[in-house]
Write a protein that binds this ligand. Structure first.
Ligand code: PMP
Length: 460
């Protein structure tokens, strides 16, 4: 290729607008150009290694460089890289994968509608819910309940469902029929309100919203079991079962967005069941489905819903007009099958149940730092929330402080995901206790260095 690193950085700055780019440095960005990866380590184009505490982006579960996934991708690309998935055309890996997913999914979620990623799966799930109600003669049932602080993706409807105020400026979103309930996170360490009272408040709020909108107008409730990108926000115990029951009582379909929580991150293939003890009507999966080796998403649909759709098909226009050129792409499905084989053979979920509590416990010890406001986590998803003592939330100074912690981590060879005043961590699921120790020790050192900067007046 012959180009130097500086050439690549200059090309990036000149031509690439990154997803979620910081526009204040557009054209001047200093990218981390990643070149290689193995196990839980990333190597940049300068040859520097980093422990990956981000898991790619919540998605790399079985680690980098897995030969059997690489082989599956290569073999499928050679045998049959692509053909349309529309209508009655099937490709072999997609069919096999659908069978595997039905076997792994909770309850009667036995029908699989493939997409290309998380956003397209969320959109497809909501469209399926709206289409379902129209099919059974209730076309007014199209409103959607979501939550403040949710993240469901970056296409128009998925972004409309997302509920982070900071991401909503200067965009136009659907608001007429998308409704945001209160953020459901409850941290017993930092909240004055006991968990059971918070649960009552959340359920009262949801009931009031349903009454106001009218259950006859609501198609579905869309919920991440734990709000991931919103800041690892964990609802109080009992929330999942109670909201599931509210939905059932009001004929509102429950859509669980397991883009992050699925595929082992909480110690099971899906967190809805058994971790949270619910079986949703529709379940969204993406990311860890292929361990990030290929882009893929899917909506799992409960049998009764799919059967009703078939029974109520319009004879004049029986087509379900939803799907993408690359829905259930054969190469991506081949990667997912190989990924599931690795996960099963190595009992990756069992490993997460083993090391996950250790990860959270070690991180929670960081709460003794004066610049840590909170540490939240469940198995291998966690975050450290930074604060200038006495100043809570994503204030400019708190964000600068967290940015400094991230920068010190990177300098010490650890990649964590910076978000507002949070350092979010979701390492590959194969992470060992020794690697967890290294990660947490680096974060502890970074906190100490950032605190020294703060004390010396070098922040904000
Ligand atoms: N849902 C959730 C819960 C997510 O975290 C994400 C991505 N972070 C998405 C949906 C969107 O997925 P994608 O970026 O693959 O479209």
């Amino acid at each position: 290729m012959g180009e130097s690193m500086n050439d690549l950085e200059a090309l990036d700055a000149r031509h690439v607008v990154h997803p979620w780019a910081d526009l204040s440095v557009l054209g001047k960005q200093q990218p981390l150009v990643v070149s290689r990866a193995h196990g839980v380590e990333i190597v940049d184009s300068h040859g520097r290694s980093y422990l990956d505490a981000i898991g790619g982006m919540w998605c790399v579960t079985v680690g980098y460089g897995r030969q059997e996934i690489i082989d599956a991708v290569r073999d499928q690309a050679a045998r049959m890289p692509y053909f349309t998935p529309f209508g009655d055309v099937a490709n072999e890996p997609a069919v096999r994968l659908a069978g595997l997913l039905a076997g792994l999914a909770p309850g009667d979620l036995n029908r699989v509608h493939f997409t290309t990623g998380g956003s397209t799966a969320v959109e497809s799930a909501v469209r399926t819910a709206q289409f379902y109600w129209a099919s059974v003669g209730r076309p007014d049932k199209f409103h959607v309940l979501s939550r403040v602080d949710a993240y469901h993706g970056s296409t128009y409807l998925a972004a409309s469902l997302s509920g982070k105020a900071a991401d909503r400026t200067r965009f136009h979103y659907e608001s007429g029929w998308v409704h945001h309930l209160d953020s459901p996170g409850h941290d017993p360490d930092t909240s004055d309100v006991p968990a059971d009272r918070r649960l009552d408040e959340l359920l009262d709020g949801m009931t009031a919203a349903i009454d106001e909108i009218g259950p006859e107008n609501i198609a579905c409730f869309v919920a991440e079991p734990i709000l991931a990108s919103g800041g690892v926000l964990i609802p109080p115990p009992g929330y999942h079962a109670a909201t599931r029951e509210l939905c059932r009582r009001h004929d509102i379909l429950y859509v669980s967005d397991e883009t992050v929580t699925g595929f082992g991150r909480l110690g099971h293939f899906f967190a809805s069941e058994p971790h949270f003890g619910i079986v949703p009507d529709l379940l969204v999966t993406a990311k860890g489905l292929t361990s990030g080796y290929q882009p893929l998403g899917a909506v799992l649909i409960a049998d009764p819903i799919a059967e009703t759709l078939a029974e109520t098909a319009d004879p004049a226009k029986p087509v379900f007009s939803n799907g993408f050129t690359y829905s259930g792409h054969p190469v991506a499905c081949a990667a997912a099958i190989a990924n599931i084989e690795v996960m099963r053979r190595e009992d990756i979920c069992g490993h997460v149940r083993d090391v996950g509590p250790y990860f959270v416990e070690r991180l929670r010890a960081l709460r003794s730092s004066p610049i840590v406001y909170a540490v939240r986590g469940d198995h291998l998803m966690a975050c450290v929330e930074c604060q200038v003592p006495g100043e809570t939330g994503p204030t400019p100074r708190n964000m600068a402080l967290a940015g400094r912690v991230d920068a010190y981590c990177e300098r010490a060879g650890l990649l964590v995901r910076p978000y507002e005043n949070l350092c979010i961590m979701s390492p590959p699921l194969v992470v060992t206790r020794a690697e967890i120790d290294r990660m947490v020790d680096i974060v502890a050192g970074a906190l100490a260095a950032a605190q020294a900067d703060l004390d010396a007046g070098r922040i904000g």
